[in-house]
Design a protein around this ligand. Structure first.
Ligand code: GLN
Length: 555
C-alpha cells in the first residue's frame, strides 16, 4: 500500500517547496524505501511547454518526452532517478481528460462537476503514478500557495484521500516566516493564517517546514505550536542556505525522516546518506573558482534578474565543477547587448574560463549569441552549445569559416541562401497546421558516437564505461542541422561526432583545433545529477580549468 505525503505551500511561492519535496524523497530513499515525487501545476496550460521561461521558469523534459515544470528536474537530481511523465499534471491536462471522458459518454448521463469529478481524476492519476513507480512513498507537491483559488481542487483531492485512508496520508506545510527589517523580529502570523486557510479546506498539517532567513528559535516554535495546533517537534526549522543539496542533511539534523516514518508507524530499513554527504562536503571544500558565462536572454523580469529559466544548466555546471574540486562562478550575459556593443562583449567574455550558449528560440539575441560563439572559436575559449547553442555554432562556422555569407537557421531567416539549420521534415505539417503544443521532438533518442572524437572520449571516460558507443539524451527542438551542408562544413574542419542511428539526424558537432568546442542538439543538462555529473559538462569544465592557466586572447 503506497503512502502519500502532500507538500503544500503557505504565505508565498518561491520558498523551496520543490527542494523540500525532493529532500524528503532523498531521505526516505536513504532509509531503504522507494520514493517518488509528483508535481501538480495549477495552470490551465496542458503542459509547461507553452509557458514562457521568464514567467514560469525552465521547461524540463523527461526521458519519456513530457514538457514539465522545473521541479521535476529537482526530483531527478535529488533522487538520482528518472521521473516518468505520469508524475506531472497540470489543471489543463486534468480538465482535458475529464472533458474527453464526458464526450465519450463515460459519465453515464451524470452532471459532470468540478467537485467531485476533478479531484477524482487527480486521485486516479496519483494512484496510477504510485502503481507505475512501485513506490512506498509518493510525495505530492501541490503548486502555488494555500488560499489561492487555483489549487483548491487539489486540496480537495488530498482531503478526500486522507478521509479514505487516514493512516496512509500526511500533510507537510512549507511556510515562510518573514523578518521585517524595521522590526528585526521573525513573525509567525502569516504562517498562522496559512494554517487556518488549510484548516478551512479540511486539512490539518502534520509538519510545518519553517522557511526563513534564519533558524527558528524556541519562543517562535512554541507560538506556532499553540496557534497552529501542532507539536513543537513537528515544526522543522529551515533557514536559508547557499547550497540546496545541504537541505536533506539539515533536515536529518532535526530527525525529520524518522519523524515522518513515526507518523506512518513504520521503521527505517537502513540509514545511508553517505554518498550524498560526501558530495556536499566536496562542494564545501572547493575554494578556487571556475568562471562560466551563460550567454542567454531569458533573464529579465522587470527590475529583477531571474535565473530559473536555466536552472538545469546552472546545476549541471555546479555538479561538474564540484566533482573537479572547483567552486562554480556563473555569470549571466545578455546576448542582445552584444549586438550593439562588441567591445563590452569582448571585455566580458575575456574574464571567463568557459562559455555556454543554452537552448533558446527565435530571433531576439540570436546575432549576439553568434558573436559570442565566434569569440569562443577564435580565442580558443572552451565552448559548450546546448541545442540552439549548437545550431548557432553551425551558423557561425558556415558564415565565417566556410564562407557561406548570410547562412542562417530558417527559424530566424526563412529566406536565407544557406539554410544550414532547417525545420525537421516531420515538423512541417505541425508548424503549418498550428499544432504546436507538445509536438516538438521531445525526450530521449539514441546518439551514436564517432570514433576518435572528444564526444566519444567524454562519454567513454568513466571507469567501466570504456566501450560506450551509443548514448541516450533528451531533446526539445523543431530544427536540425541540414545534412545537405554536412559535406561542405566537414571539408572546412567541422567534426560530426554524434548521429542518431535511425534518422541520421546530427546530434553532436565539435572542432578539432580547439581546446573544447562542442555543440549538442540535445540537452545534456537534463541528465546531470550531483552524484553523476554529465560527461559533456565534466569535460567542458575540465577544459575551462585548463584554459584558466593559459588563455590566448585575440583581437
Ligand atoms: N529553437 C531551436 C529549435 O526549435 C532550438 C530549441 C532549443 O534550444 N531547445 O530547434
Amino acid at each position: 500500500m503506497p503512502r502519500f505525503i502532500f507538500v503544500i505551500g503557505g504565505v508565498m511561492s518561491g520558498i523551496g517547496k520543490g527542494i523540500t519535496t525532493a529532500s524528503i524523497a532523498r531521505i526516505l530513499k536513504s532509509k531503504g524505501f522507494r520514493a517518488t515525487c509528483v508535481k501538480i501545476d495549477p495552470y490551465l496550460n496542458v503542459d509547461a511547454g507553452t509557458m514562457n521561461p521568464t514567467e514560469h521558469g525552465e521547461v524540463f523534459v523527461t526521458e519519456d518526452g513530457r514538457e514539465c515544470d522545473q521541479d521535476i528536474g529537482n526530483y531527478e537530481r535529488f533522487l538520482d532517478e528518472n521521473i516518468l511523465s505520469i508524475n506531472y499534471m497540470t489543471s489543463g491536462s486534468v480538465y482535458l481528460s475529464v472533458i474527453e471522458r464526458e464526450r465519450a459518454l463515460e459519465y453515464g448521463g451524470k452532471c459532470v462537476e468540478t467537485v467531485p469529478h476533478i479531484p477524482e481524476e487527480v486521485i486516479r492519476r496519483l494512484s496510477a503514478a504510485a502503481r507505475r513507480t512501485k513506490a512506498d512513498f509518493v510525495l505530492v507537491e501541490i503548486g502555488g500557495t494555500v488560499g489561492e483559488y487555483q489549487n483548491l481542487v487539489y486540496l480537495e483531492a488530498a482531503r478526500m484521500m486522507h478521509l479514505r485512508n487516514p493512516q496512509n496520508v500526511i500533510f507537510v506545510l512549507v511556510s515562510y516566516l518573514p523578518v521585517p527589517k524595521q522590526i528585526g523580529e521573525m513573525k509567525t502570523k502569516p504562517t498562522q493564517y496559512a494554517v487556518h486557510s488549510l484548516n478551512a479546506a479540511g486539512i490539518q498539517p502534520d509538519f510545518i517546514v519553517a522557511r526563513s532567513e534564519m533558524p527558528l528559535d524556541e519562543p517562535r516554535k512554541k507560538k506556532l505550536s499553540i496557534f497552529c495546533n501542532i507539536g513543537p517537534g513537528d515544526i522543522i526549522s529551515a533557514p536559508d542556505i547557499d547550497n540546496i543539496y545541504e537541505v536533506p542533511i539539515n533536515f536529518e539534523k532535526d530527525k525529520f525522516g524518522l519523524k515522518i516514518l513515526n507518523k506512518f508507524g513504520i521503521r527505517a530499513r537502513k540509514q545511508d546518506l553517505g554518498s550524498w554527504t560526501r558530495m556536499v562536503r566536496k562542494s564545501r571544500l572547493a575554494k578556487t573558482d571556475v568562471v562560466i558565462g551563460i550567454v542567454g536572454k531569458y533573464f529579465g523580469s522587470g527590475n529583477f534578474t531571474l535565473t530559473d529559466s536555466y536552472i538545469s544548466v546552472i546545476e549541471a555546471i555546479k555538479h561538474s565543477a564540484w566533482s573537479c574540486g572547483r567552486r562554480p562562478k556563473i555569470l549571466w550575459l545578455d546576448a542582445e547587448s552584444y549586438e550593439k556593443n562588441i567591445r563590452n562583449m569582448k571585455k566580458e567574455l575575456a574574464r571567463l574560463d568557459g562559455i555556454i550558449v543554452p537552448g533558446g528560440f527565435g530571433k531576439r539575441g540570436a546575432e549576439g549569441k553568434i558573436k559570442a560563439i565566434e569569440y569562443a572559436r577564435k580565442n580558443k575559449k572552451p565552448y559548450l552549445g546546448l541545442c540552439y547553442g549548437m545550431q548557432l555554432a553551425i551558423v557561425e562556422f558556415a558564415r565565417h569559416v566556410a564562407g557561406l555569407a548570410g547562412a542562417h537557421t530558417t527559424e530566424v531567416n526563412p529566406r536565407t541562401k544557406y539554410p544550414v539549420i532547417d525545420l525537421m521534415s516531420e515538423q512541417k505539417e505541425k508548424v503549418f497546421g498550428k499544432r504546436l503544443g507538445g509536438t516538438m521532438r521531445l525526450g530521449a533518442y539514441a546518439c551514436r558516437l564517432s570514433e576518435g572524437t572528444k564526444a566519444k572520449f567524454s562519454y567513454g571516460l568513466p571507469a567501466g564505461k570504456a566501450g560506450v558507443r551509443t548514448v541516450y539524451e533528451r531533446h526539445r527542438h523543431r530544427y536540425e542541422f541540414n545534412s545537405s551542408f554536412k559535406k561542405v562544413l566537414e571539408s572546412k574542419g567541422l567534426v560530426v561526432s554524434g548521429v542518431n542511428p535511425e534518422s541520421n539526424l546530427i546530434e553532436i558537432i565539435e572542432l578539432r583545433d580547439h581546446p573544447f568546442f562542442m555543440g549538442a542538439q540535445f540537452h545534456p543538462e537534463f541528465k546531470s545529477r550531483p552524484l553523476n555529473p554529465h560527461p559533456l559538462f565534466r569535460e567542458f569544465i575540465r577544459a575551462a580549468i585548463k584554459n584558466k592557466k593559459g588563455a590566448i586572447i585575440k583581437k
